[in-house]
Design a protein around this ligand. Sequence first.
Ligand code: FES
Length: 105
Amino acid sequence: AKITYVEHDGTEHVVDVKPGMSVMEGAIKNNIPGIDADCGGACACATCHVYVKQEWLDKTGSPSAMEESMLDFAENVEPNSRLSCQIKVSDELDGLVVTMPESQH
Ligand code: FES
């Protein structure tokens, strides 16, 4: 699926991410700056925080209780905040756009 990662300064990275990988893994694999993922995807660090573009919120679903509690540790949390390691890429998400927060710039 084609995923667009937008850095805080507006720089866009469009990459193809294999279904089954997480949005975070897609960023790491393609050396996209702004997603640190210190915990390696265990939902335990909140350094993979992204904002999901409004029109995609239906498809990405809502965060789990564990993700919600980890998001409390992220900065500048918005209603469309997600931890990108908890979003699984599928063909459904082809065209997804996520933006990285200022704190990960
Ligand atoms: Fe650590 Fe997502 S990579 S919470």
